[in-house]
Write a protein that binds this ligand. Structure first.
Ligand code: ADP
Ligand code: MG
Length: 606
């Protein structure tokens, strides 16, 4: 086991971290501290939130600072005011036993005057947000000529927040002889660009697999209609009476809406987002930290500065665009050996994102059912009863009042008493969930039945046809299905896989209808091209890797509809072939009947 004293730290620092009760260095600290102490190499350090990155750069830099020199030697940039304050306060605690060391926090949303005063008084370390830091540089209050360490903390978030240009400008005004230390939870391309641009031969230190999600976090997802997201969220909160968690939303607006509704519905919740004043933000954060709040509704950016480690749940009200952000969010639960749950509410078309997350994180995501009203009522009831059983009654304190209570309730027998007690704590749940609908869509059962259907279809024998029309002729899966339906005049014929290529295409039809297809297409002319349809060899299964067109008919309508709609020019496709044909001026000719009004003719024929 490595000790802090093995890392080359001096006594005053060791004493300070001893005071803080840090026993052993975290994995990232084990690597960054000796590297920074012993070399001038630039460092890129990647580790999840909560892994002690602040001490990872703070301790060695504090040790190396020349405290006799009253000039800024280290500049730490961080994305938010909260983080600046947190880092400055951590550094102050780490340097408790170092004399003559001054640290300034420079951030927006507060008067610049005292900050400038502080800088003028002489500080060795500046911790700032990019915007305000640039401001004090431009005002001549901060000179970077003697900077030896430049720390970019939460670099990914600084870029997310649009600080790229500010960073560029600040970085350009630092001396080239310096050690740049970039700390980040994730390494998106933008961060890599910064590293490539401003760092030289950086040592890259990553702890754990960069993308790995914490091990003791269970990942669950719930599939509902988009409109039912909020109701699902409520149920998830209701079924977890002791929840202490963050609900992540995508936008400020969504954050506000969700929090407002929850508050209105009586939940112990509040919102954290950028539109709040500093005082409001501090207030909300403090209430959440000391657990007076159970649910914090927040955007990713707003939640960054929050150092809360013991969440029971992280709820993704909406999935972030960047999978790494999900991993970062879920890393806020399941800390310090405790188990945690990361729940995600999705709608049915987002399953692909779940698959992607599974791939990136290497974790299994379990599809769970949104609890029914009944399950929630049972759970809440159990919680109430459990509380009742465990409640400690101070007989001395209540003995004066007991006779009155006993007398008043003496006419109730035990069953009645229990009934009323339960009602008292519990009526509103029963009321609320009376007749509440099932919110789940495309649950496993349903999914099974579709895959069964697919399986059945696979088991059916199909004939595969070649047709000499393709994308070039304006054919797509929808229009081909329309064509088949129209020409056979029988919508019950099962169509299998369709492969549309540029000049020709393939489609599968139940074998029994082979002759019918051949005769229906016989002599048809499409866009002045005599249509040729032939039975061909069965498909090589590797032919169309992703089975893009292999949908059921219903699905093609759903999935290829927008694709068809994306071709505004000719409005091809659509299922009513004759209508399309008319619009096109009758290019599609059914020669058997001598004109293009084949449908009527065929009816006459019958
Ligand atoms: P990060 O920047 O990686 O998100 P922080 O530096 O904010 O993490 O540290 C998270 C928490 O862990 C802080 O409360 C910090 O005081 C604590 N901490 C850091 N290093 C250690 C350590 N070696 N032992 C115990 N606690 C630590
Ligand atoms: Mg940090």
């Amino acid at each position: 086991m490595t000790l802090f004293s093995d890392l080359g730290l001096n006594d005053s620092i060791l004493k300070a971290i001893g005071d803080l009760g840090f026993q052993t260095p975290t994995p990232i600290q084990e690597k960054t501290i000796p590297t920074i102490l012993s070399s001038a190499n630039d460092v890129v350090a990647l580790a999840q939130t909560g892994t002690g990155k602040t001490a990872g750069f703070g301790l060695p830099v504090l040790q190396l600072i020349d405290n006799d020199l009253r000039q800024p030697q280290a500049l730490v940039l961080a994305p938010t005011r909260e983080l600046c304050l947190q880092i400055a306060s951590d550094l102050t605690r780490f340097s408790k036993h170092i004399s003559n060391l001054n640290i300034a926090a420079i951030y927006g949303g507060a008067s610049i005057v005292p900050q400038i005063k502080m800088l003028k008084a002489g500080v060795q370390i500046v911790v700032g947000t990019p915007g305000r830091t640039l401001d004090v540089i431009r005002r001549g209050a901060l000179r970077l000529g003697r900077i030896k360490w430049l720390v970019l903390d939460e670099a990914d978030e600084m870029l997310n927040m649009g600080f790229k240009e500010d960073l560029d400008e600040i970085l350009l005004s630092t001396p080239s002889e310096k050690q740049t230390l970039l700390f980040s939870a994730t390494m998106p391309n933008e961060v890599r660009d910064i590293a490539n641009l401003y760092m030289n031969n950086a040592v890259e230190i990553a702890v754990g697999a960069k993308n790995a999600a914490a091990d003791n976090v269970k990942h669950e997802y719930y599939m509902v209609k988009a409109a039912d997201r909020y109701l699902a969220l409520k149920r998830l909160a209701d079924i977890n009476p002791k929840i202490y968690g963050i609900v992540f939303c995508r936008t400020r607006q969504e954050t506000k809406e969700v929090a407002d509704k929850l508050i209105q519905d009586g939940y112990n919740a509040d919102a954290l987002h950028g539109d709040l004043s500093q005082a409001q933000r501090d207030y909300v954060m403090n209430r959440f930290r000391n657990k007076s709040l159970q649910l914090l509704i927040a955007t990713d950016v707003a939640a960054r500065g929050l150092d809360v480690n013991d969440l029971t749940h992280v709820i993704n009200y909406n999935l972030p665009d960047d999978p790494e952000v999900y991993i970062h969010r879920s890393g806020r639960t399941g800390r310090a050996g405790k188990s945690g749950v990361s729940m995600t509410i999705i709608h049915s078309r987002e399953t692909r994102k779940i698959k992607e997350l599974e791939k990136i994180s290497g974790k299994h995501f379990e599809l769970k059912l949104v609890p029914s009203g009944r399950e929630i009522c049972e759970k809440r009831l159990f919680t109430v009863l459990d509380k009742l059983e465990r409640i400690e009654v101070d007989e001395n304190e209540i003995s004066d009042f007991l006779p009155l209570a006993i007398k008043k309730l003496s006419w109730l027998d035990k069953d009645e008493l229990i009934k009323r007690l339960v009602g008292l704590e519990f009526n509103h749940f029963i009321e609320y969930y009376k007749g509440a609908p099932d919110l789940n869509v495309a649950q496993e059962k349903e999914k099974d039945s579709t895959s069964n259907k697919r399986q059945q279809k696979r088991n059916k024998t199909y004939s595969r046809f070649y047709i000499n029309l393709g994308l070039k002729n304006g054919l797509n899966a929808t229009s081909l299905i329309g064509l088949i339906n129209e020409l056979t005049d029988d919508k019950s014929i099962d169509i299998g896989k369709i492969d549309i290529l540029r000049k020709f295409s393939f489609f599968e039809i139940e074998k029994d209808f082979e002759q019918k297809i051949l005769s229906s297409f016989n002599g048809v002319v499409y866009e002045n091209i005599p249509v040729k349809v032939e039975v061909t060899a069965p498909a090589d299964d590797n032919f169309d890797k992703n089975d893009r067109f292999g949908f059921e008919r219903r699905k093609v309508k759903e999935d290829l509809g927008p694709q068809a709609a994306r071709k505004p020019k000719k409005q091809r496709g659509g299922n009513d072939w004759s209508e399309v044909n008319q619009r096109r001026g009758g290019k599609f000719k059914d020669n058997r009947f001598g004109d293009n009004n084949h449908r009527d003719k065929r009816r006459k024929k019958r």
